[in-house]
Ligand binder design. Structure first.
Ligand code: EPZ
Length: 427
């Protein structure tokens, strides 16, 4: 397996183009199942998770034509997805187990074909990650659901019916699944306490372009009027706000100055506020963010992860890496996932001073991190180790970089273009 080797101490300076958002592209790809028309998605990041979902959609009968983006700087790719008919309504375990977002085919298959057999995704490193909220929400739209031998057997004879869904806790995936299903249900559906992430709004924009009738995406109440059929559409995937936040942390932890292009600061309020509370200056100008440290030290701060518009759990590990170098003690309270501190022991191997108390981490800043061999455990944990390596004295090698490839397009190239001493090495 490959590793990433970082030699720390370089101030990052330069410009990084932010790719399309993985967590917007995945549900958008699943939406191709809803229509016999052609769905063209541009600004799709080139990531392992995208390829995984593409192979799952392929066995459902979605023809996918991949058009490389000629402009290497912008990266990305355009996917042309076309499912004139559905070849199979079964999503098999060997594909679903690779990526839990595969469960997003459930709602669209049920809506279009009135049946679906989708493997339960199983947990992952950061938690058990059940899908009970997805299933309960679809039952509110008339689906009959049984769990059998690790599969969700769902059917809706005569099609889904509009219904009222009240989410007991916020779920991004469940909101996406049932919003997609509701577009073809007979009648009106009301989703209360849905997720409000920008990726939900991006999905709604695309569905509306396909002919869906959706109001309130991004708010605490979404209303969907079902329509008999959806058409194809062209849609550009929104910028990845988590990738942008990750490179903001790279600028801050190295005391550098980066310009991030292709971003949308409107989706990053809590993240920008958190950086500014630590003494990092963030200048917004249209689709560009200029990041630089205002003083020599990073100030400590306290973070609690929350559903949007709160501080995103997907930025927790990256921000912790930054806070290990702050001039004092900080706390991070992780409220979304039950096991999202696996980067902590690895950061401690690099000299970080972190104490865990249940869902709260107390991070006491240290003068200097030290390079070490460390192991990636999940997507965001792995990038937090790269960030720490950028600031550490000496050499850090991060193993199991396949975690990184799931969510960061051209990470090594983007960082080395701004002065980082970083490379991929074969084991
Ligand atoms: C999405 O996952 C993202 N993934 C995650 O990003 C992100 O961390 C998460 O939302 C929260 O923002 C994609 O969009 C592909 P949830 P999702 O349903 O939809 C519990 C990354 O690093 N829950 O909002 O799976 C769940 O266990 C990934 O890019 C249930 O209990 O997250 C968690 O504790 C990691 N039952 C909480 O809700 C359910 O049926 C939030 O999960 C569903 C979720």
């Amino acid at each position: 397996m490959e590793r990433i080797r970082v030699r720390g101490g370089q101030r990052l300076e330069g410009s990084i183009h932010i790719s399309g958002a993985k967590n917007a592209a995945l549900p958008l790809m699943a939406a191709s199942l809803l229509t016999p028309g052609t769905l063209t998605l541009s600004n799709v990041p080139k990531l392992a998770d995208i390829a995984t979902l593409a192979s799952l959609l392929g066995q459902h009968g979605v023809a996918i034509d991949l058009r490389q983006n000629g402009n290497v700087v912008d990266g990305g790719q355009t996917l042309v997805l076309h499912a004139p008919s559905i070849a199979s309504t079964t999503a098999p375990y060997d594909l679903v187990r690779k990526m839990r977002a595969s469960v997003l085919v459930l709602g669209p298959l049920l809506a279009r074909c009135h049946q679906a057999k989708v493997s339960l995704p199983g947990g992952c490193a950061i938690g058990t990650r059940p899908v009970d909220l997805h299933l309960k929400a679809l039952e509110q739209l008339g689906a009959r659901i049984e769990l059998e031998e690790g599969y969700v057997n769902a059917e809706a004879p005569g099609g889904l019916k509009g219904g009222r869904v009240r989410f007991p806790t916020v779920s991004v995936g469940a909101t996406e699944n049932v919003m997609m299903a509701a577009t073809l249900a007979d009648g009106e559906s009301i989703l209360e306490n849905p997720a409000r992430e920008p990726e939900i709004e991006d999905l709604a924009r695309c569905l509306i372009a396909m002919g869906a009738q959706i109001e309130g995406a991004g708010s605490e109440r979404i209303v969907v009027q079902g329509v008999p059929e959806l058409s194809g559409a062209d849609h550009r995937v929104m910028a990845d706000r988590i990738e942008a936040g990750t490179y903001m942390a790279a600028a801050a932890i190295t005391g550098g100055a980066l310009t991030l292009t292709g971003t949308n600061a409107d989706t990053m309020g809590a993240v920008i506020d958190a950086f500014e509370s630590c003494g990092v200056s963030v200048a917004r100008c249209n689709g560009t963010l200029d990041i630089s440290r205002r003083s020599d030290a990073i100030s400590p701060t306290d973070i609690t992860t929350q559903p949007y518009p709160g501080f995103p759990t997907d930025m927790q590990a990256q921000f912790m890496a930054l806070l290990t170098t702050a001039s004092g003690a900080s706390t991070i309270n992780e409220t979304i996932f039950e096991n999202r501190f696996m980067h902590v022991p690895e950061l401690m191997r690099m000299g970080a001073d972190i104490a865990l108390q249940g869902s709260t981490a107390v991070i006491r800043g240290v003068q200097q991190l030290r390079g070490a061999p460390v192991m990636a455990t999940d997507l965001r944990a792995s990038v937090s180790l790269v960030l720490a390596g950028l600031a550490a004295e000496g050499e850090t090698t991060v193993s199991r970089v396949y975690h990184l490839d799931r969510g960061y397009e051209h990470l090594v190239e983007k960082l080395s273009a701004c002065g980082a001493d970083i490379e991929r090495i074969a084991n």
